[in-house]
Design a protein around this ligand. Sequence first.
Ligand code: RTP
Ligand code: MG
Length: 141
Amino acid sequence: MTSTERTLVLIKPDGVQRSLVGEVLRRIEAKGYRIVALEMRSADAELLGEHYAEHRGRPHFEPLLEFMGSGPLVAAVVEGNRVIEGFRSLAGTTEPTTAAPGTIRGDLARAWDTQVIQNLVHGSDSPESAEREISLWFPTL
Ligand code: RTP
Ligand code: MG
C-alpha cells in the first residue's frame, strides 16, 4: 500500500539542548523520508497551546507548555510513504523508559524524572493532525 503523506516533526527543546538535531534528522533521512521544510524557532504559549489543544485541562498541560517553551526547538515537515505512522514508529512510544531500543526515544531519551515527559521529538498522530499542525507551524507551505 503506498500513500505519500506529510507529517509535522518537532525536535523538542531537550533534543536541541542535547545537540541531537543532526542525529534525529539523520534517522529521518536514512529511512528515506524527505525533509521539505525545516526551521529552528522559539514557540510562544499561544502556538504551543494550539498545538497541544487536546491536552488542555490535563494536569501535565501547563508543565508541557513550559517545557516546550523552555528553549529553541526545530520544526520540520517530513514527506514520504506512510510517513505519519512511519515517523511515530521511528520515534518510539511516549515514555522513554519503555520505548523500544532502536527508536529515537528508546535509544536517546533520558529516563524521565521531571513533571512532564521529555521525549525529544513530536510527530503528528493522524492525517487530520498532520494537516492541522503543518498549517499551524508552516502557514505559508
Ligand atoms: P507528542 O504528541 O509530543 O508527539 O507525543 P505523544 O503523541 O507520544 O504523546 P501525547 O500523549 O500526545 O502527549 C504529548 C506530550 O505531552 C507530554 N506528556 N506528559 N506527564 C505526563 O503524564 C505527560 N503525558 C504527556 C509528553 O511530552 C508527550 O510527548
Ligand atoms: Mg501526541
